[in-house]
Write a new protein. Sequence first.
Length: 479
Amino acid sequence: MLNTYKNIHFVGIGGIGMSGLAAILLQRGYCVTGSDLLLTHITDRLESLGAKVFQGHTHAHVDRNIDLLVYSTAISFENPEYLEAKKRGISVLSRGELLAQLARLKSSLVAVSGSHGKTTTTAMMADILSFSNKEPAVLVGGVMRRHGTCSYWGDGGIFLAEADEHDGSFLNMMPTIAILTNIDFEHMKNYGNIDALKLAFLNFLKKIPFYGFSVICMDCDQLKSLKPFLSKNHLTYGLDEESDLYAKNISYSESLDNSWTSFKVYNTKKTLGKEGEWGEVTLKTLGRHNVLNALATITAGVALGLSFESCAKALSTFDGVDLRMDIFTRNDGGYLIQDYAHHPTEMKAVLNSVLPPKKGKRVLLFQPHLYSRTKLLQSEFVQEMMPVEHVILLPVYAARETPMEGVETEALFQSMKALGHKNVLFFKDECSIFIHLYSILEKEDILFVLGAGNVHDMARKLREKKETFQNVSDSLMPL
């Protein structure tokens, strides 16, 4: 179908997944147009690649030459461009459907899914495959620093993709190899309960053909409970010896300058190679969660026929993904750590990856993502934030959701105050946040900026000189 369709229009082209698909189609010679509510650096890059991007949504953006319209799950079925395509009989695909169809152009699909860690794991796997000259096509849910993009089309036979479970669209995919990092209480608005989510993941794994295999993490109890229902072609990884591949002797750098994590890999499965110790891996990032991410890719890489040594070397040069444990030095000499962490499990992983400063304090700037998640996991968010010395909360970033009555960041704020936190504040405007941060930040402090939304635009300003927010009117006070 895509060989005869040349003009493809994306509704919601500015999202990371949609933009990655659009970039791949541009690379393959298709004419791409798209629209989004806001024009950003993401849409700027697409235009530099040859796309035409419109701001806002109107039926007029659906040119008479459009052969195919692709929409994101953030788009309403009342969207004028979607309705115009339907009215004119233009073929329509969801983002997930297009991804599944593109994957069929390759002989093998390696799909990485899970509640947490799938973006970093997919990016690590991309480096491992590229280092071994496999030249994969890649789609990741974040910007890979080495490549400056979230997607590219290689000439090899593997399509490597992050498989997003939030809307169930990953079930469109037919993976040859599936890596599953974990299952957690996520996207309950769509699934209703954890058993329904586990069933979706199980159905995803059952799509693997007899000549393929799955790689699953034994450190996740929800995943372990699925093990009896899996085919024999599955491999496991984790931090204890019950896994096929496991890590021991984990150590971390104490300094945030040139940070690293080191661990030794051991094998218990004869079909993977020599049993016992394989060797040491050193990552240019921090965290137990990144040890697990790396183990997942080593397991898959070796099962694909790559050597442990080549996997380890590729991982040693892995530059990471934007907004995943980004560590910056502030102009005043302190540190700023940015991460997309928008779930209590992810927040815990980031905060626990960094030793508390010996002299200074930890300051957390957090923007919750989605009303449904904020409501469901309020107590868990509070639990993870309570030990942080200073906490600054922003309004919920709604993304694809409409506001829910009675659900707001203020509930987190009030819960933390009720539990005795002395330094938690809730601000609704950027200026007040800058004023407060300027008044409390000291050289030895570590500032964590976590969540999704415009909080990361603020972080970019915070990485600049203090003077950029020093002189804001002090009449703007916290709520």
